[in-house]
Design a protein around this ligand. Structure first.
Ligand code: SAH
Length: 391
């Protein structure tokens, strides 16, 4: 018999609409005790779904299935296999780095699995997801029997739930700190030891491809470059020169390694350790002109109260970036702040264009690639926005 979590009267709408998040304030009593499998019931006792509790989170449980079937190995296997099949259809050729499992978008709440060649890097963002490990780990091992599976635990959400923050090797041999993988034949290194996310920004793959396709003969300014993904793709696409700006010297060192791994001409590459805001002001002051500029800052807003301040940051960066655009120049303006909607981000870009006195035309509105599916039941998990603008 599973422990029931009972919703307050009138608080069952979200679960009935298949929204997987059960907020603690919607419960008649807080979940007691452990992160474990639970069933969610309405005030009148109707079964709404089964999932896993995360007692210390404001999202007290996430529902994994809404019918009355069991939350067992066969069910989770099915979800993991379906996730892998989807990638077989949508991941481009010569690519062995992609997101294999994307949380609610694959019906596996709180579970992220990124594949880098023979290495799977897992993040279990909640206590409930951690408790479900006996279900998802065998499913991953069955699909990738010889893979190393590393769980990276240095996440803010885990900190908040009091979960261990040390990385854990779940299967296979311990992978090296830097693991090479390919994207459309271009080699990159994922930084499993100290890197951001699981070691690389796989979510930008299709946008890197876009920039690569626009780069032939062009100068490219890659702001907030991290390990240089956009610039490596640009040089692979024939860019005349690429400048990466990031505050992190280790990230820039990895960018140089990524260029070198593809035999690219390093004399066309410049890396600059600087604050982008200061650097942009200096470039505007010098009257520089660029054919392609990418702005991909960290998430300025993680929560709704941060949105105003975040928008000021996005406006500042993109206003200055627009001033650097050559006539006909291209700006790829990105935001990975979940609480900043597409509409709001577009308004910010309008304000940036207006204040800069630089016209901007929207060519495309983009997001993460199809290996980052978003459940239509849970739109809150969509986060990446990218506007392709032309001066
Ligand atoms: N565009 C990258 C991902 C960017 S992540 C890619 O495609 O891989 C955000 C990056 O911004 C991080 O590498 C971080 O070091 C850097 N950063 C954060 N604040 C910064 C600032 N004020 N100036 C320069 N870099 C900054």
């Amino acid at each position: 018999m599973l422990k029931p979590l009972t919703l307050r009267p009138g608080r069952d709408d979200a679960a009935r609409r298949r929204h997987p998040w059960v907020f603690s304030r919607a419960l008649s009593a807080p979940p007691s005790g452990a992160a474990e499998e639970i069933e969610v019931r309405s005030a009148s006792g109707a079964l709404l779904g089964r999932g896993f509790a995360s007692p210390r989170s404001s999202i007290a449980a996430r529902i994994w299935r809404f019918d009355d079937g069991p939350l067992d190995a066969a069910f989770v296997n099915g979800r993991v296999e379906a996730a892998a099949k989807l990638r077989e259809r949508f991941v481009p050729p010569l690519t062995d780095g992609y997101r294999l499992v994307h949380t609610e978008g694959d019906g596996l709440p709180g579970l992220v699995v990124d594949r880098y060649g023979d290495v799977l890097v897992v993040q279990a963002t909640t206590a409930g997801t951690e408790a479900a490990r006996p279900l998802w780990l065998p499913a991953l091992q069955a699909l990738f029997p010889s893979a190393s599976i590393l769980q990276r635990n240095d996440l803010a959400s885990r900190h908040g739930e009091g979960l261990p923050l040390e990385d854990e090797l779940l299967a296979g041999e311990r992978p090296p700190d830097r693991v090479p993988f390919r994207e459309r034949g271009v080699t990159y290194f994922a930084d499993l030891a100290g890197g951001q996310k699981t070691g690389f920004f796989l979510d930008q793959r299709e946008n890197r491809h876009l920039v690569g396709g626009l780069a032939a003969g062009k100068s490219v300014l890659n702001l907030f470059s991290y390990s240089g993904g956009f610039g490596v793709a640009a040089l692979a696409g024939g860019a005349s020169r690429v400048t990466h700006v990031d505050v992190s010297e280790p990230a820039l060192a990895l960018a140089r390694e990524n260029h070198a791994a593809n035999g690219q001409d390093l004399s066309r590459v410049e890396t600059l350790a600087a604050d982008v805001f200061d650097d942009l002001r200096a470039r505007v002051g010098r009257g520089e002109s660029w054919d392609v500029v990418v702005t991909d800052p960290p998430a300025f807003a993680k929560k709704t109260p941060d949105v105003d301040r975040a928008c000021r940051g996005y406006k500042d960066v993109n206003r200055l970036a627009m001033k650097l655009l050559a006539p006909g120049g291209i700006l790829l303006a990105c935001s990975c702040s979940g609480p900043v909607s597409v509409d709001l981000f577009q308004k910010v870009l309008f304000a940036a264009s207006f204040d800069a006195g630089v016209p901007a035309r929207i060519l495309e509105r983009r997001g993460a690639g199809p290996d980052h599916p978003v459940s239509i039941d849970c739109p809150e998990t969509e986060y990446l926005k990218a506007f392709l603008l032309a001066r």
